[in-house]
Ligand binder design. Structure first.
Ligand code: GTR
Length: 346
């Protein structure tokens, strides 16, 4: 434990890659076992059909393709959900986002498609509620197909994260995409989901959380705004059943473990100064604490001048990218611009 009673990810200074590999796997098991539940298994097969195309999307700069992704599950059931794909006609593989979206719309208020296309990035987006509803129903959608039978051993965040991993399976088959620059991104509850997907699936070289707050990027101990008690009262079904116990006692981990699970890859934390519920100070603290893992591996972790978050001064030099902007809880154009700037610099 360090001085704030926050569990250390790695108590010693030096850390070699092999040590980290096994510690990382242990951390992912701990987070899934205690907090989110384990993602369902990889499907036996994955197929897709193109259901719609718009060659003229954004003046023809990046055709819009809608596909239906179908997974054959271990129990013999199949489950399908739609994914929208925009990849700029660049003549070379482009970096891309898997965007776990609140909406199926392209563009959407949280996804400025033309700006992303003009910056040379592809996007594969899906609406989280096309995977399973954002409520305590575990009988329909993916939960129904998996026959979870109302048993929330795995919460909804883990089910949405599983879908993001399936979209990455599909992305891996597309020669137009640069697989060395694959990012997973989400906002708020879907920022928590993006962090989990990126913790589990190392093909995501950039793991991006926008204002994910409690049970996302923000350290829970001493946090202002939303607490584990608030979140498990309002959204118990986001988590595995037993997670509620940590409303009463401190967990044997904290959320910087989730950021560190991306190491030695890149992780990005975006905050908004007006988003007190998410706890920007504790999102920043999480970066400071998680950064030690990269440093122990001999890499640059969280390279930030001050000891507190400062708007207008993004930290893009290490493996943990970070910015805090003015304003409220939102996934804005400015946030996307910062993500793209960070990825382009690496
Ligand atoms: C809030 C929730 C937050 C955050 C947010 C969102 O109600 O308390 O943890 O996830 O929803 O997803 O917009």
């Amino acid at each position: 434990m360090n001085r704030c009673n926050i569990p250390e990810i790695w108590p010693e200074k030096g850390l070699d890659t092999a040590d980290w590999q096994s510690r990382r796997e242990e951390i992912v098991r701990l987070l899934c076992g205690e907090e989110y539940g384990f993602l369902p298994p990889t499907p036996a097969a994955l197929t897709w059909d193109v259901i719609e195309t718009d060659e003229d999307f954004c003046a023809g700069k990046a055709p819009l393709r809608k596909i239906l992704l179908r997974a054959e599950l271990e129990n013999g059931n199949s489950f399908a959900f739609p994914v929208s794909v925009t990849i700029p006609n660049a003549g070379r593989p482009v970096p891309f986002f898997v965007h776990i979206s609140f909406s199926a719309d392209v563009p959407d208020r949280y996804m400025p498609s033309e700006e992303i296309i003009d910056s040379g990035f592809g996007v594969l987006s899906f609406c989280y509620e096309d995977v399973c509803a954002d409520n305590g129903d575990f009988l329909s959608g993916l939960a129904g197909a998996l026959e979870l039978d109302g048993n929330a051993a795995c919460g909804k965040i883990a089910l949405w994260a599983w879908a993001a991993v399936r979209v990455m399976d599909y992305a891996a088959t597309l020669p137009e995409l640069d697989k060395s620059r694959a990012a997973v991104v989400g906002h708020s509850r879907l920022g928590k989901t993006a962090l989990l997907a990126g913790a589990v699936d190392t093909r995501f070289s950039f793991v991006i959380s926008n204002e994910s707050g409690c049970c996302g990027a923000a350290v829970s101990r001493g946090k202002k705004g939303e607490t584990i008690r608030n979140i498990t009262d309002a959204f118990p079904y986001w988590f595995r059943d037993g997670f509620r116990q940590y409303a009463e006692k401190e967990p044997p981990f904290d959320q910087h473990f989730l950021l560190a699970a991306a190491a030695p890859r890149y992780v990005y934390v975006a905050s908004a100064a007006g988003d007190e519920w998410a706890g920007p100070e504790h999102e920043f603290l999480s970066c400071v604490l998680a950064g030690k893992v990269w440093e122990a591996l001999g890499l640059e972790g969280f390279v930030c001048k001050g000891e507190r978050p400062v708007t207008g001064e993004p930290c893009h030099n290490g493996h943990i990218g970070y910015h805090i902007r003015d304003g409220a809880h939102y996934l804005s154009r400015e946030d996307w611009r910062q993500f793209m700037r960070f990825i382009s610099r690496k």
